[in-house]
Design a protein around this ligand. Structure first.
Ligand code: HEM
Length: 387
């Protein structure tokens, strides 16, 4: 009996301690602390990774938004997240309170792309790499590869002859080939097949759980990533022996006066392929879809393109596209710009709250993943691209 009452006393003391602690905290903060947004964290560690990646991400978002509203919590790739999809919340994270958030990615992506890739950094290192990447894609650097890009486009079109294709997959192959050209220049030819094979294995693991055990997608990806870095090291050593200057991305990285390590170069090259390839392939796929749906615009673009070649023929010039030709495509340019405006390219991206942030709900050291506004939830106005 005595031991039972002792237990009651002890339990009451513990209960009182917690109640008192919360009352004191409440009084000292002077305001009621909001709670985390509604949602489900799914399985321990794995969370709701499979629900998100095994279907169209829009289906995942639509069902969550219907159930919990535009801000909800979840766990993706081992990362506790608050997902937001309202323009007001996105503006707060990206603009008005951007100082309270830093760029982040789930650990699996960081390990696959490499810790030294610019996406995972801020400050001087980030600014320096951003400048180098921009330099390699400025008109001065890409002007001279326009004929080669055209040749990649023509051989891609030829490879479609007589077969039905999955547009997005074909666009991914095309953008990979163009990316290789602008990143490695003529050296890509030497290792083209190996680069393609490794990258293909690597991308299969992008959205996998970071479980590095033989047989897992993540393990295979990490092996392919290692091989990619070895190929890049071979190209770097070849370039150092030949001592020739290159204006492609690898050349720009290698010429940096302060010097980047091989690891920094490899991580950023793999990172830029990751940033450039699927995004561009997606834009191209949307362009084809919109052109297919708008016969008059398709005709205007076709006439504009054919007109450029006809003009060359009349002048007796070689029928190869060059930089100045790309300046004579106002309708094509407007189609690209309008597609970028209305299409949904990135489903979502990540930020990490560096301290507690409150906006209707509490976001406490959670990674925030946002969904880019889709056509359905941004004010959308059709624009006539021909006029
Ligand atoms: C038209 C297709 C593209 C779209 C829609 C797109 C979209 C984006 C978006 C939304 C971000 C910001 C992500 C965030 O803040 O979390 C970003 C970052 C980035 N993109 Fe693109 N991108 C495209 C093409 C490219 C290409 C072709 C390259 C290659 C040069 C590239 C390289 C980068 C890099 C390096 C970053 C990181 C910038 C930084 O951390 O400061 N992107 N892109």
């Amino acid at each position: 009996m005595e031991s039972k009452s002792l237990c009651y006393v002890f339990a009451t003391l513990i209960f009182s301690y917690f109640v008192l602690k919360h009352i004191l905290k409440f009084l000292s903060s002077g305001k009621v602390k909001l709670s985390l947004p509604p949602g489900s964290m799914g399985w321990p560690y794995i969370g709701e990774t499979f629900q998100l990646y095994s279907q169209n991400p829009n289906t995942f978002f639509a069902s969550k938004i219907k159930r919990y509203g535009s801000i909800f919590k979840t766990r993706i790739l081992g990362c506790n997240c608050v997902m937001i999809s309202s323009p007001e919340a996105a503006k707060l994270v990206l603009v008005t309170k951007s100082n309270l958030f830093k760029p982040t990615f789930p650990a699996s992506k960081e390990r696959m792309l490499g810790k030294q890739a610019l996406f995972f950094h801020q400050g001087d290192y980030h600014a320096k790499l951003r400048k180098l990447v921009l330099r390699a894609f400025m008109p001065e650097a890409i002007k001279k590869i326009v004929p080669e890009i055209e040749s990649v486009a023509l051989s891609t079109l030829e490879s479609w002859d007589g077969r039905s294709i999955t547009t997005y997959q074909e666009m991914k192959t095309y953008t990979f080939n163009v990316a290789m050209l602008s990143i490695l220049g003529e050296d890509e030819v030497l290792y083209r097949e190996d680069l393609k094979r490794c990258y293909h294995i690597l991308e299969k693991g992008y959205n996998s759980m970071p479980i590095n055990l033989p047989g897992t997608l993540f393990h295979k990806s990490m092996k392919a990533r290692k091989e990619l870095a070895q190929i890049l090291a071979k190209i770097i050593s070849l370039r150092r022996q030949k001592k020739r200057d290159h204006s492609d991305l690898l050349g720009t990285f290698m010429n940096d006066t302060e010097g980047l390590t091989e690891e920094q170069i490899a991580d950023n090259i793999i990172g830029v392929i990751f940033a450039a390839r699927d995004t561009t392939a997606s834009v191209l796929t949307w362009i084809l879809k919109y052109l297919g749906e708008n016969a008059s615009v398709l005709q205007a673009v076709t006439e504009e393109q054919e007109g450029i070649m006809k003009f060359k023929e009349e002048l007796g010039e070689e029928k190869v596209l060059n930089w100045s030709d790309t300046k004579k495509m106002p309708i094509t340019t407007r189609v690209i710009q309008e597609t970028l405006r209305v299409a949904s390219i990135l489903s979502f991206t990540f930020r990490e709250a560096v301290e507690d942030v409150e906006f209707d709900v509490l976001v406490t050291h959670y990674a925030i993943a946002f969904r880019k506004m889709t056509r359905g939830n941004i004010p959308h106005k059709e624009v006539d691209v021909i006029k």
